[in-house]
Write a protein that binds this ligand. Structure first.
Ligand SMILES: [Zn+2]
Length: 171
């Protein structure tokens, strides 16, 4: 029923045909985010259409799917709902970046064709959280561990020299 998104399309041609593309991206087809999600993630479903907005080729529609991420606090899986309203102006000329119609995000590509799976996945990359966490973890966490770990880690990152300094003193 669903089709693959591993297709090369010519955006100009698609826009003149107002071509609609419906397809899915499975876990093993995801290149950029595969390491950030669990294999049990549901496929990403894209329902998009090419058309023209003035002189621009635009891609509009919706991308949805349930990705399974690992909660940074309890390490249990947590579902992240992807639901993206797609509104892209597809261009292959950087000079036109500033002319993109209002309300559209530019999507720059090289050459004459566009790999649909790449376009769709790049939209998912934009919404994926860098740190996934349950609102309320399903398992009980050790006391005071919530959040504290993060704070400790970021403190170390912020000030690497402090740690160095204390090492030097010891020797
Ligand atoms: Zn959790």
């Amino acid at each position: 029923m669903t089709k693959t998104l591993q297709i090369d399309v010519n955006p100009m041609l698609c826009a003149s045909q107002e071509r609609a593309i419906f397809g899915e991206l499975k876990f093993d087809e995801l290149k950029q985010i595969q390491q950030d999600i669990e294999p049990s993630s549901a496929p990403i479903i894209a329902d998009v259409m090419f058309s023209k907005e003035g002189k621009f080729v635009v891609l509009t529609g919706r991308i949805a799917g349930d990705l399974v991420l690992q909660c940074a606090a309890c390490l249990e899986p947590t579902v992240f709902k992807v639901d993206v309203d797609v509104k892209l102006a597809v261009i292959n000329d950087e000079a036109r970046l500033s002319l993109v119609p209002e309300g559209y995000e530019p999507y720059l590509f090289a050459g004459d064709s566009l790999l649909m799976s790449e376009v769709i996945e790049s939209e998912v990359v934009m919404v994926l959280p860098s740190i996934a966490r349950h609102e309320v973890c399903p398992v009980e966490l050790p006391k005071n561990s919530t959040g504290k770990d993060f704070k400790l880690k970021t403190d170390v990152k912020k000030n690497p020299f402090e740690a160095l300094g204390s090492l030097k003193k010891k020797h």
